[in-house]
Write a protein that binds this ligand. Sequence first.
Ligand code: ADP
Length: 248
Amino acid sequence: GDRTARVDGGAGEIGELARSFNAMSEKLAETERQRQAMVSDVAHELRTPLGTITGWLEATQDGLADPDPHLIGMLLEESLLLQRLVDDLHDLAQADAGTLKLHPEPIALDDVVDQVVNARQNREVLLRAETTPVHLTADPVRLRQALGNLVANAVRYTPPGGEVVVRLFRSQDSAVLEVADTGTGIAPGDLPHVFDRFWRADRSRSRTTGGSGLGLAITRHLVEAHGGTVSVTSEPGLGSTFRISLPA
Ligand code: ADP
């Protein structure tokens, strides 16, 4: 329900005070609603993998399932999912608290691209890099994470036979990283939401492909912590391009 306190002060100075009090009160109520939604989303995301793990362990204990390599592999996959989720939540909590520390050093950004592209090679989608040498001061671990999230998504949301290209180039005073895919694309109405926490275009479908809806929120935070920006353009059915721009 609406627990926003309201004061009606009429015109003049008291009215002015009343209006700013009301605005503050609405802001607090909105923050509280967001906090509640976040806790509810976290609980929902934890419940599914935990339920699977618990269910199969109980079935094994009751002699209804064999602890064979297939079962162990499935349990491991679910527990890795939980671990990723908890790591992501930890990063976002640190970001909110302002305690997520960057460790900037002089780096070759093209090396970061190569590392991410090598790590994400797969059998389904052709993944390649087009880079030029770009040197700047940044946290290589966090940039790998930020770019890794974009590349993981591009591969995840591109059907087999498709292509993902990671480009690195200079543009005026910026270093630009582009991740272009030939995947499902994103509906225009969905574009403003993709960087929101826990937002997913299709909850049930994305669930099975392993996403928690936190990757892009983390990427945006890490890029902005470097003084950069991240944006997206997309053509449904043709593909999406995510673009990170860093001061260089
Ligand atoms: P998830 O873990 O679900 O991938 P993200 O925060 O990384 O969470 O992305 C949020 C949502 O944005 C995804 O669930 C998906 O609907 C959409 N999305 C992200 N990247 C792409 C992409 N390259 N192509 C199509 N949709 C995407």
